[in-house]
Ligand binder design. Structure first.
Ligand SMILES: Nc1ncnc2c1ncn2[C@@H]1O[C@H](COP(=O)(O)OP(=O)(O)O)[C@@H](O)[C@H]1O
Ligand SMILES: [Mg+2]
Length: 218
C-alpha cells in the first residue's frame, strides 16, 4: 500500500530525515511515535505528497510518486490520500455536510452523488443531526469526526493523521481513536497516525519509532 525507500530530507544544513524505509499494508493502523523534532511531521508530509523528499522513493498504491507536476500531484492526492490534522481545518463558512462533500466536488463528482456519500458518512459517524451546523457550532470531538468523514470522502488508500487527538479531552480522544479502529475493521481503511498518545499507540497494529530522523527499534 505504502512503501518508502531511503527517504532523506534536509532543511538548510539540518538533515531531518536520514534514510527512511518503511512499508505499510492495507487495513493497518500504524502509529508513528518519537520525541518532538524527530521528523514525524516531515515524514507524514512527504508520505502525503505535500512535501518532496531530497532523495529516495515513495510508492502509494504501487504508483511511484516522482516527477508529477503540481496539478497531477493534487489530483493524485485528492483521490488517494485523506488528511486529518490536529486542528480540524474545516472551512468555517461551510456547513459540516458541505465540508465533507468538498473533496468529491474537487474530483468533479456530481453534487447529488457527493451529497449521498457524505450523508452515509455522517450516518456512520452518528453525526446526522449535526450535518447542517457550521464548524463553530460543533464540539472539538465532533469537528474531528467531521474531519475524518472529509478524509474518507473519496475512499482514499490511506488516511494520514498528525496528532489528531492532540487537542481533545479524554472522552473525545477515546471516541476518535475507537472510530479509527472501527473504520479499519469495517471499511479496511489504512491509517498512519503520528501520536503522543500512549494508549492509541499501544492499540495500533504496529508502532514505528522515529528518533533523530531515523527509524529505531524502540
Ligand atoms: N519547513 C521547515 N523549515 C525548516 N526547518 C523545519 C521545517 N519543518 C521542520 N523543520 C525542522 O525539522 C525538525 C523536525 O521537525 P518535525 O518533522 O516537525 O518534527 P516532529 O513532528 O517529530 O516534532 C525540527 O527541528 C524542525 O524545526
Ligand atoms: Mg510534528
Amino acid at each position: 500500500m505504502i512503501r518508502t525507500k531511503d527517504i532523506t530530507k534536509s532543511f538548510g544544513s539540518l538533515q531531518v530525515l536520514k534514510g527512511i524505509d518503511l512499508s505499510i499494508e492495507k487495513s493497518e493502523v500504524v502509529a508513528i511515535v518519537g520525541p518532538s523534532g524527530a521528523g514525524k511531521t516531515t515524514l507524514l508530509q512527504i508520505i502525503g505528497t505535500l512535501d518532496a523528499p531530497d532523495a529516495g522513493e515513495l510508492y502509494i498504491n504501487d504508483t511511484r510518486i516522482h516527477g508529477m507536476n503540481d496539478k497531477e500531484l493534487s489530483a493524485f492526492r485528492n483521490q488517494n490520500i485523506g488528511f486529518v490534522f490536529q486542528f480540524h481545518q474545516l472551512l468555517p463558512e461551510f456547513t459540516a455536510l458541505e465540508n465533507v462533500m468538498i473533496p468529491a466536488l474537487i474530483a468533479r463528482e456530481k453534487p447529488a452523488q457527493a451529497e449521498k456519500r457524505a450523508k452515509e458518512l455522517f450516518d456512520f459517524m452518528g453525526l446526522t443531526d449535526r450535518m447542517t451546523h457550521k464548524p463553530a457550532e460543533l464540539s472539538g470531538g465532533e469537528k474531528q469526526r467531521v474531519a475524518v468523514a472529509r478524509a474518507l470522502m473519496n475512499n482514499p488508500a490511506v488516511i494520514l493523521a498528525d496528532e489528531p487527538s492532540g487537542s481533545l479531552d479524554t472522552k473525545n480522544k477515546e471516541e476518535l481513536h475507537a472510530l479509527f479502529f472501527q473504520l479499519r475493521d469495517q471499511m479496511k481503511q489504512t491509517f498512519v497516525l503520528v501520536t503522543h498518545d500512549e494508549r492509541l499507540a499501544a492499540n495500533a497494529d504496529r508502532i514505528i519509532h522515529i528518533r533523530d530522523g531515523i527509524i529505531t527499534p524502540e
